[in-house]
Design a protein around this ligand. Sequence first.
Ligand code: PHE
Length: 335
Amino acid sequence: MSIQQALDALRTDTPSRVAAAADLEQLAAVEAETVGKRSIIAEGRRSLGAVPETDRKDLGRAINEVAVELESLIATRRAELERSAHAAALASDAVDVTLPGRAPKRGTIHIIQQALDEVVDIFVAMGYTVATGPEAETEYYNFTALNFPPAHPTRLESDTLYLDYGDVPEEILLRTHTSPMQARYMEQHDPPVYLVVPGRTYRSDPLDPTHSPVFHQVEGLAVDTDITFGDLKGVLEHFAREFLGPEAKVKFIPHFFPFTEPSAEMHVWHNGDWMELLGCGMVNPAVFEAVGYDPDEVTGFAFGMGADRLAMARHGITDLRHLFDPDLRSMEQYR
Ligand code: PHE
């Protein structure tokens, strides 16, 4: 095939190939083959020197004509492809500013936390300080400093969740109540003390409608020179009225706790029934001794209440498990 024939074939075939190039990359390939360095056009130009003088001009012109024609064909197609690539990019990146925004999902404070906050607020209004303590606690603060005898049954693993901390001098457990903060706080602060301690507590209980291995308490402690059981009753009755309403009725039933003497449970009349709300009592002198207070100089009362129960009472929930249900619809009912 002569160069002229090859040029003719190129001229005939190329327009459909250029038109068929679906993107810039395919077009570049067609360009390389048809007018690029290894194309028949380049080859023809390189061979011109060997062509007899008489034919050289004509052939040179023919090659240039084809080259110019094909290059302009390719340039047109390239502009076309660039336009549509640009349009496609614009379309895929398009932001429709007229669309309504997506409102972020608003959370709420869990009703247990709401109850904890409210309880704390009521005592802060009476001049109490707030402190929190560790949930992983030593056996000393959870039991011993609070006058639990060494063999007290709640120290057993059947009631208390112990942590395996390896080689440590003392047993570490998940605190079974917020009372250890009584001892911790008194060790660090001189009397008078007016303290509330909200927090999470743990016991080895299976989850059922009235029990949970994780629950929440608010501890209270008042220590001063002349605190009486009458003060305890007045403060706790005031609390019940603030939290449950001015009609709230309370009663105190004798009870036993190693760290208070005498001790009581306070029940409140709620929704036609008595509900046990908290344990309380006058701080046992043995606890004052354990923390370095002089039991002849100070007296005090302490209490510990279940916040989960308060939240349930407030919202008419009868099954404790609803409080820990990870399905948001459970909690969204109680905004
Ligand atoms: N710590 C007790 C409990 O968890 C409650 C309590 C606290 C009782 C303070 C008396 C004084 O049951």
